[in-house]
Design a protein. Structure first.
Length: 250
């Protein structure tokens, strides 16, 4: 991994690590980090070890078997071994008030939401495709952080690179869930729309009480930039995934 995408909104926060990885053609499977998509497991584990090596050795890394739900796990109730923890629970996000834990969301067009309470030092992360978005996973992420003591006005949120309306065509089956988000949905032909779920997620975050100046939306479309980011739609069902991550060092 030669570089990663960083978020301006987190840059001034001490001891906070957050960003999104990019492709590296010199690495196995272009530096894919997903175990569930069919590549050789040992090569993906090598990529994960390389990724982990960029961070302080105290960090424990956590990812999920994502299922397009709106469920958020509170990791404070789990004892995490000193290794990469791949949760097999049916969920798509997690929160924690503990330091030295790196939360990782795997995507290839979907959104990763990365959140940080700058006062309580609570972190959260969630995977939002159109299904999770229609079921308000952004709201559930903020609520889970509030349950740990956060106030929404203190939470910073980054919305990762994702497929944008320029490339994301959906049919009526999907579009019907987002008709109330006028800026996010544009009809282009009979029974065809272009959808921008980053706009929907931002609106849901605002409705949850997150301040607009505390939300950063990446302008990058993963389909337009498939040379740097995995794109399931542009690459015709690619199996690779990049990681969006957030963690706080003690």
């Amino acid at each position: 991994m030669k570089e990663w995408f960083s978020y301006n909104i987190f840059n001034k926060e001490a001891n906070l690590y957050a960003g999104s990885t990019t492709k590296d053609k010199a690495s196995e499977y272009s530096f894919s980090l997903a175990l569930h998509t069919g590549e050789e497991k040992e090569r993906i584990l090598e990529n994960r070890a390389k990724f982990a090596s960029f961070f302080p050795k105290e960090f424990r890394f956590v990812s999920q078997f994502q299922v397009h739900s709106n469920k958020i796990i509170n990791l404070d109730g789990y004892e995490l071994p000193n290794k990469w923890n791949e949760f097999k629970l049916s969920a798509d996000g997690f929160v924690t008030s503990k330091p030295n834990i790196m939360l990782n969301i795997l995507t290839a067009d979907c959104i990763a939401l990365l959140a940080y309470d700058k006062k309580k030092k609570i972190i959260g992360a969630a995977h939002a495709g159109w299904r999770g978005t229609k079921d308000n996973i952004a709201l559930n992420l903020i609520t889970a952080m509030q349950n740990l003591g956060s106030s929404s006005k203190d939470i910073l949120v980054a919305i990762s690179p994702s497929i944008r309306s320029c490339c994301y065509e959906v049919d009526e089956r999907v579009a019907k869930y987002f008709t109330s988000y006028l800026d996010a949905l544009v009809k282009t032909a009979k029974d065809k729309w272009h959808l921008d779920i980053s706009i929907v997620n931002k609106e849901q975050l605002l409705s949850a009480g997150v301040q607009e100046e505390h939300i950063e939306v990446s302008p990058i479309c993963t389909a337009c930039k498939s040379d740097k980011y995995f794109s399931y739609r542009k690459e015709c069902g690619c199996s690779g995934r990049f990681i969006s991550f957030i963690g706080r060092k003690e």
